[in-house]
Design a protein around this ligand. Sequence first.
Ligand SMILES: [Zn+2]
Length: 344
Amino acid sequence: MSFESIRGQDHGVEVLKRALGRNRLHHAYLFAGPLGVGKERTARAFASALLCVQPTADKLACNVCHACRRLAEGQHPDFHLVERLEKNDGGTERFIKIAQIRALQRSLSFKAYEGERRVVLILEPEHMTESTSNALLKTLEEPGQQTHFILVSAGVHRLLPTIISRCQRVRFGPLKSEHIIHLLQQSGVHDLDLMETVARLSEGSVGRALMMLEEDIVPLRGQILAALDADKNQPLSEALDLAEDLAKPAQRKRLKQAFHILRTWYRDLLVVKMGGERRQLLNIDEHARLTNRADGLSAKVIQERLKRTGEAEVAIWERMANTRLVLESLFVFLAGRVPMELSQ
Ligand SMILES: [Zn+2]
């Protein structure tokens, strides 16, 4: 993994290259920015440069020495990855466990195997309980010789301030559509119209764009709009069927996409309602439909729908509420079947 493969993150990459070139390295970095914009990729490229035993004149990874190769194969003994574990049912644990941090501390108490440096990559450190965070903090405070931590987070606001203050922050912004399209092409996508649509809808995240393609987001959007964004005389059964379907455990990824669709849809309706321009739309391919729908809804109603959507998301993903009940009541509301005064 090298910095050349990173797209659209010139600032962050430059900061890291300069630190490597001058050998002025911090012992802990926090790569902060939205999901799916290249933070982990950059972290791995940085780790490679740190661990390479035959670096270039600029102190970048050679990508051919045994250290670079072992790292690429996930076999480097001085590279430690900490992330949420997979559960037996294929899902992901809600938290990084304290036992994982303790195991890391044990490994770090030994000498480095290969060279002098060690790298610890921690993905999603915001998914830690307070006691786990405090255990990590201890390690960050006494890292031992030549140990470099890279924390990769899309939820910095949920980290302990004491952890943030220990780290040098490197910011990652959303990607431009052209970069997303380039990366999608590299991963074998060819349909240009589709790529342009998901690039806009992804709000600058190639990770999200890929997930959208995987979940067939365009047909899903059609299905959601048919059920929820139709006229009031339509039976509610379609909305309720959709709620039942999306509430199934096997549909978790699809449900995430469904929420994203709803959020971008109401956001776009507001843009149209406020007289925004076509180029500001995320669902730019649905411009005509948006204009039409915005005519029939007040800004207040659209805002309320956006708000309810956000609340339902929090209820499901953070408060672990009953997914089906939350979706049913949300969809009935979004379908415009509950007068706003009565539903509050
Ligand atoms: Zn190398």
